[in-house]
Design a binder for this molecule. Structure first.
Ligand SMILES: Nc1ncnc2c1ncn2[C@@H]1O[C@H](COP(=O)(O)OP(=O)(O)OP(=O)(O)O)[C@@H](O)[C@H]1O
Ligand SMILES: [Mg+2]
Length: 480
């Protein structure tokens, strides 16, 4: 290597350390009527607009540890997409964390469990087509490839039940199998017929046809009794959306017609046979856009990670997860290091641009610049309920000395409970962060908790701890 070359490579390294390359601004900038603003690049402060015209497709994947800001990004995104393109959105909400936001944003929340979905509904399809779909869902959820006999028996029973029963349901299918003494097959399907829930075996009350055109819709799956039922419902709704997508005429309409959001979807995003993958593969033609979010990147099939036009990597810590993503996106060590040090809302963004001359880029975004409607938190203490605006509550926690990360852990607990939390849960967290009983009590008083309930909260936390077998502490005021 001659001196010149040596110097150039040294310079390049040094420049790189100062700041890794960012895509040229013309790829990121866009007018507010064409794209969605998400934040600014870390080094050059270029505003980043998500403009799918410039991207290879309109699908988005988001990964990051709990509290990193995935759902917040989704909410910001959908709010702006509705303003810019009047897009519809369907959120498959596994944990019930979109509920309140959707209601506040004027959307519709559909609580499954209360509403029902007849799995055997044809929804406009021919019997043979629907049977194929149902079998594909069963294959994913019941690992039917390990049970070829059962696979055959179930398929045969499906054909029979459609022939014999006028509006068959899953319960009818199980009784056909039982009558034929196909015990194991029947038992497999009973996973979806949890006692006390006839969710899959009543006539459908969900008007799937309308959902895709109703503005913002949250399908709350978390009220269903089991993970299997949630997954089967999620898969069924996706199958329906895929069919609807394929029926639409291909036209050069402006904007994205429908966003389908799948947040924490476990088997649904990791199985190649799932329609999540079909939507990723074909959605572009139809102006359908998929947004998949997960704490665990390995839950996302490689096809998703390597095919989505945009990937947001929020904070990740586990080596295994980081490697999984990095192997697909190929970014520098610099970015890999940055990802573990991210604060809430910071992101590494990978975009695949459609211009031929452009390669994929991964660049750093300094905190997603979001918007969410005002939120009120409800704290339950004994017979009391205390309401406090979220930002004010965060400020109080900040004044108490919590770090940003700790504040977020508290917020995540609230969001899990759809904005409602028992005071004892807050106490447990504060204890975990190392706060003394005295300062926790002062904090509760500041919140407006009555004295008699303060003692109650502590004894409740203490009892919980005792049942978990952790050393029980005596409680007197002033005890550290
Ligand atoms: N970019 C941001 N700016 C300001 N606040 C944010 C940002 N991102 C997230 N937050 C706040 O941090 C908290 C946690 O964010 P969020 O619920 O989006 O996390 P998450 O990644 O979806 O976590 P989980 O995996 O547990 O669902 C929320 O209270 C949210 O308001
Ligand atoms: Mg979330």
């Amino acid at each position: 290597m001659d001196l010149n070359e040596h110097l150039t490579s040294q310079m390049a390294q040094r420049l790189f350390v100062t700041h890794p390359p960012e895509p040229r601004p013309s790829l990121l900038l866009s007018s507010p009527t064409e794209g969605i603003y998400v934040g600014k690049t870390r080094w050059l402060n270029v505003p980043v607009f998500w403009d799918y015209h410039k991207l290879i497709n309109s699908h988005i994947a988001i990964v990051g540890i709990t509290g990193a800001g995935k759902s917040y990004l989704v909410k910001t995104f959908l709010t702006r997409a509705a303003l810019v393109w009047n897009s519809n959105a369907i959120i498959l909400d596994w944990t019930g964390e979109y509920n309140k936001w959707v209601r506040q944003a004027g959307g519709r929340v559909i609580t499954l469990g209360r509403e029902s979905l007849n799995l055997l509904d044809l929804a406009g399809l021919k019997v043979a087509e629907r049977i194929k779909q149902i079998m594909s869902a069963f294959e994913i959820l019941l690992d039917l490839h390990n049970f070829p006999d059962e696979r055959y028996e179930i398929e045969e029973a499906l054909e029979e039940v459609y022939e014999k029963v006028k509006k068959p349901t899953l319960a009818d299918l199980v009784s056909v199998l039982e009558k034929k003494k196909k015990k194991h097959s029947a038992r497999l399907l009973k996973t979806f017929l949890v006692e006390g829930s006839d969710f899959f075996s009543r006539e459908s009350t969900l008007e799937l046809e309308k959902l895709a055109e109703s503005g913002l819709v949250c399908i709350d799956l978390h009220s269903l009794p089991t993970e299997e039922m949630r997954s089967l419902t999620g898969l069924t709704i996706l199958q329906f959306l895929k069919e609807k997508m394929r029926r639409e005429e291909l036209k050069e309409a402006k904007g994205i017609k429908l966003f389908v959001v799948v947040d924490e979807a476990w088997k649904i995003a990791s199985d190649e046979r799932s329609d999540v993958i079909t939507i990723v593969r074909e959605g572009r033609k139809y102006n359908f856009s998929l947004i998949v979010a997960s704490q665990n990147p390995t839950d996302m099939h490689k096809t998703i990670i390597s095919n989505v036009g945009t990937m947001f990597v929020l904070r990740l810590v586990l080596r295994e997860y980081k490697d999984y993503i990095r192997n697909s996106l190929n970014y520098s060590q610099y970015i890999d290091d940055a990802i573990s040090g991210f604060g809430v809302g910071d992101a590494a963004v990978n975009m695949i641009f459609s211009e031929r001359s452009e390669r994929a880029h991964t660049f750093l975004l300094d905190k997603i610049d979001g918007e969410e409607p005002l939120f009120v938190y409800t704290i339950k203490v004994g017979k009391m309920t205390i309401e406090v605006e979220r930002e004010q509550f965060s400020r109080m926690l900040f004044e108490l000395g919590l770090t940003d990360e700790q504040i977020n852990l508290v917020k995540v607990e609230f969001e899990r409970g759809d904005g409602v939390l028992e005071a004892s849960a807050i106490v447990t967290l504060l204890e975990k962060f190392g706060y003394s009983h005295t300062s926790i009590m002062t904090f509760l008083r500041q919140l407006g908790v009555e004295e008699k309930f303060i003692v109650e909260v502590f004894s409740l936390t203490r009892r919980r701890r005792a049942t978990k077998g952790v050393v029980d502490l005596k409680l007197k005021e002033g005890e550290e």
